[in-house]
Design a protein around this ligand. Structure first.
Ligand SMILES: [Zn+2]
Length: 103
């Protein structure tokens, strides 16, 4: 997916169409990292340290079939920053894309 660096877009703060920069924003945080029984919490407890085969705590554990990743694309997450007032606004819906290139 190719997107431009700037676009003309409606700004609700200026109440008219203005030039806006497009920023690609990451997803922010990983979901379920602090839920009960999660690996990150167990690692904070000090599990999975030391030498040798760490099994479930290793870098590449054996994946069961239902845990294998099925999705090959991610939803895009753009931030539109207005050049006039400097305020930012997110897009409504992210579309699935393998790679986002700004040109
Ligand atoms: Zn504006």
């Amino acid at each position: 997916m190719k997107i431009p660096k700037t676009t003309n877009r409606f700004c609700p703060y200026c109440n008219k169409k203005t030039k806006q920069k497009i920023k690609i924003v990451g997803t922010g945080f990983q979901r379920g990292t602090l839920t009960r029984g999660s690996k990150s919490r167990a690692k904070l407890r000090g599990l999975g340290r030391g030498i040798g085969n760490k099994g479930i705590w290793g870098s590449k554990p054996a994946q069961s079939k239902h845990k294998r990743k099925s999705k090959t694309t991610k939803k895009t997450n753009f931030l539109y920053v207005c050049d006039v007032c400097g305020k930012a606004k997110y897009q409504k819906k992210g579309k699935r894309a393998g790679k986002v290139i700004q040109e």
